[in-house]
Write a protein that binds this ligand. Structure first.
Ligand SMILES: Cc1cc2nc3c(=O)[nH]c(=O)nc-3n(C[C@H](O)[C@H](O)[C@H](O)COP(=O)(O)OP(=O)(O)OC[C@H]3O[C@@H](n4cnc5c(N)ncnc54)[C@H](O)[C@@H]3O)c2cc1C
Length: 289
């Protein structure tokens, strides 16, 4: 039995009924077909850095994309192609080394390329949609993969159509800007990483920001204004470093984190009349996921 807690950055989540971490796209397609033929639900886990998985675990097949790594960068044209499991900080570093400008913001996001395409991950003024050309996807029947252009993905703040459709991202193509000084790109990349590690609780298990910002307001400021920093439910704590982070201070359960999410929503709604919506994806909490 595989515990999904080992595959989420919060370190919570119950067992998978079936679990696989394919080494190649062909293996992945066979697994998807295998689940489809058995009418099993099939869930996709990237780096698990934006996932809250129920303590009861997940029925059907849980597919982890982490081993599907690899990328090719063309320093002349700026075209970058990466498999879905490639860690986005690796790609950010490699792009900087090749003198390709565009992904300096991505260095501190502990997710995969596939997860970034689904979530439209972003930071420090940049986001995935700004640089993505297209993704190669397959549906959950495991039939022929096909390409979707960036325009077809309906990108918005931390949103894409990929969140609404049962599609698996196999790879992504980016168009970066070539010809930049790689030392300058390294300097910016390092500065971005330092800024994050000094203003966010990177030393404890978390999922990054839990709630989307109700623009123009900041979720963290609303939560902080209620004195919730440091508030605990079991092992789940509203970070005292950044109020939009819920950290696992040891032994937290998904139920405790879920209870904390609800408590924050209720208190912010009561005090500010604003409903905070989680950015984090919940698996196994249907029908509310
Ligand atoms: C310390 C920390 C800091 C963070 N900072 C930021 C930040 O600054 N900005 C930001 O945007 N996010 C941030 N995050 C959140 C997270 O890293 C991003 O949302 C990231 O893009 C998620 O990628 P992942 O591979 O971990 O996806 P997962 O968390 O594994 O999955 C997220 C969703 O995408 C789906 N998915 C994943 N891969 C695929 C695939 N190949 N095909 C189809 N569906 C897929 C999953 O089913 C799920 O619905 C942070 C997280 C942490 C822990």
């Amino acid at each position: 039995m595989v515990s999904l807690a080992n595959f989420t950055s919060w370190r919570v989540g119950g067992p998978a009924e079936w679990f696989a971490s394919p080494n190649s796209v062909d293996e992945l397609l066979s697994l998807i077909t295998w689940a489809h033929e058995r009418k099993m639900p099939c869930r996709i886990i990237g780096a698990g850095s934006n996932l809250l998985i129920n303590d009861a675990g997940l029925p059907g097949l849980s597919l982890c994309m982490r081993k599907l790594q690899g990328s090719e960068l063309d320093a002349q044209t700026g075209i970058v192609e990466a498999l879905a499991g490639e860690p986005i900080p690796n790609l950010s570093r490699r792009a900087a080394k090749a003198g390709l400008h565009g992904l300096e913001w991505a260095v501190g996001i502990p997710g995969t390329v596939g997860g970034a395409a689904v979530m439209n991950a972003g930071a420090q003024g940049g986001c995935t949609a700004d640089w993505l050309e297209s993704v190669q996807v397959v549906d959950l029947s495991g039939k022929e993969p096909f390409e979707l252009s960036c325009d077809e993905l309906g990108y918005a703040y931390r949103h894409s159509r990929l969140q609404e459709k049962p599609l698996v991202v196999l790879s992504a193509k980016f168009k970066l800007e070539p010809g930049f000084d790689h030392e300058e790109l390294h300097r910016i990349t390092n500065k971005n990483l330092t800024h994050r590690t000094t203003t966010q609780p990177y030393h404890l298990p978390s999922c990054g920001s839990v709630f989307r910002n109700p623009e123009p307001l900041k979720a963290g400021r609303l939560i902080e204004s209620l004195g919730l920093k440091g508030h605990r439910i079991g092992g789940a704590e509203v970070s005292s470093v950044h109020a939009n982070f819920i950290v696992n201070i040891g032994g937290a359960t998904a139920t405790e984190i879920d209870q904390m999410i609800t408590l924050i929503q209720e208190e912010v709604q009561a005090a500010h009349g604003v409903m905070l919506h989680p950015e984090v994806k919940r698996l196994g909490f249907e029908p509310t996921t």
